[in-house]
Design a protein. Structure first.
Length: 95
């Protein structure tokens, strides 16, 4: 169960398309990750390739905290084939 479900992003074809369109990516389909209690993470297929989209719960982390997480995942990536390289860390759709 998610923490504060009323503050969670709802991953739908429409909501993910709105995010992906900002990066010139065309949504095809998605699968929401079943793990995690604070954020919404989806594995998204686009015509340009596969991506992981994470949307943080409102008010949970600021940009600096997100960037620390991104740096940490990218630091660990050479040691693990299971981690995605993070290209862009922050999207906001208004609060």
């Amino acid at each position: 169960m998610k923490i504060e479900p009323d503050k969670q992003f709802v991953a739908t074809a429409e909501s993910l398309s709105a995010i992906l369109n900002q990066y010139g990516l065309d949504y095809s389909s998605h699968l929401e990750a079943s793990s995690g209690i604070e954020n919404c993470t989806s594995i998204v297929k686009t015509r340009q390739g596969d991506y992981v989209v994470r949307v943080y719960r409102q008010g949970n982390k600021n940009l600096e905290e997100i960037n620390v997480e991104v740096d940490f995942v990218n630091y660990l990536r050479p040691e693990s084939r299971n981690l995605f390289k993070i290209k862009r860390a922050f999207v906001t759709l208004g609060v």
